[in-house]
Design a protein around this ligand. Structure first.
Ligand code: FES
Length: 252
């Protein structure tokens, strides 16, 4: 094992933050410090390269700020169930009040196979009639339903398409629970993934139904919205923001 000790800076200053991003030459390092004990791992996450030094600590695990994969700060090993996912670790020492890492003694990175999300499959149009998806974006309360002009138009259009021999599907956004877009693209272009980062992290998020319909199923999409203050509904915009990943990673 060779030695290439690189000075990261003053131990006193570096100990003030539990986790931080530093550079050892060209190498990004996620440097952590708990109770005065430093540990250093490579700064790039195994997933799509998120900056681990900008993440948070959960006990001894570094949580990636992009999509929350976790790696042990001292061993570089992934969280329970993903132990074959490893990021490089580096020996650290404190000498004369300075923190040093040995770049030559890095452990190896290894990537565990992760099953791709079902949405990540190739888009293939199966044989069959024209498929029309209708998206209702009214936010009507389920407990107090009332007449919705936009829903009425949508239902009429889908019925007419069905009468022409099309396959139809109606999705009511008001019946789905889904999170707002968290702007991963603003963090970095590759932080906004397909399938959506939120969809991959949160099994309870129900935008999957919309992605399935829009990306894998429909030839025609009809969106119905009430107009208030000259604008489409808030649910429409909430859905549209969650389509950033489709625009950025599928159609781009
Ligand atoms: S979890 Fe780290 S880049 Fe996605």
């Amino acid at each position: 094992m060779g030695e290439d000790w690189v000075d990261l800076g003053s131990a006193e200053a570096l100990a003030r933050r539990p986790l931080q991003r530093v550079k050892a030459g060209d190498v990004p390092i996620a440097l952590s410090c708990i109770d005065g004990a430093f540990a250093a791992v490579h700064g790039a996450c195994n997933h799509v390269g998120g900056p681990l030094g900008e993440g948070t600590l959960e006990g001894d695990y570094i949580v990636c700020p992009w999509h929350h994969w976790k790696f042990h700060r001292q061993t570089g090993i992934g969280e329970g169930g993903f132990e074959t996912d490893r990021i490089p670790t580096y020996p650290v020492k404190v000498e004369n009040g300075r923190v040093l890492v040995n770049l030559k003694a890095a452990t190896k990175r290894s990537r565990a196979p992760h099953d791709p999300h079902p949405l990540a499959r190739a888009v293939q149009r199966a044989e069959g009639p024209v498929r029309v998806a209708g998206l209702s974006t009214t936010a009507m309360e389920k407990g107090a339903p009332r007449y919705s002009g936009s829903d009425h138009l949508l239902e009429s259009a889908l019925a007419a398409a069905g009468a022409q021999g099309c396959e139809t599907q109606l999705i009511r956004l008001g019946q789905l629970k889904f999170r707002t877009c968290e702007g991963f693209y603003s963090k970095a272009a590759r932080a906004c993934t397909w399938p959506c980062s939120i969809t991959q992290m949160d099994d309870t998020d129900e935008m999957t139904a919309v992605y399935e319909a829009l990306v894998h199923w429909a030839d025609v999409v009809l969106v119905a919205t009430p107009i208030r203050w000259g604008q489409a509904s808030s649910l429409y915009f909430k859905m549209a923001e969650r389509l950033n990943c489709v625009q950025n990673q599928v159609t781009a």
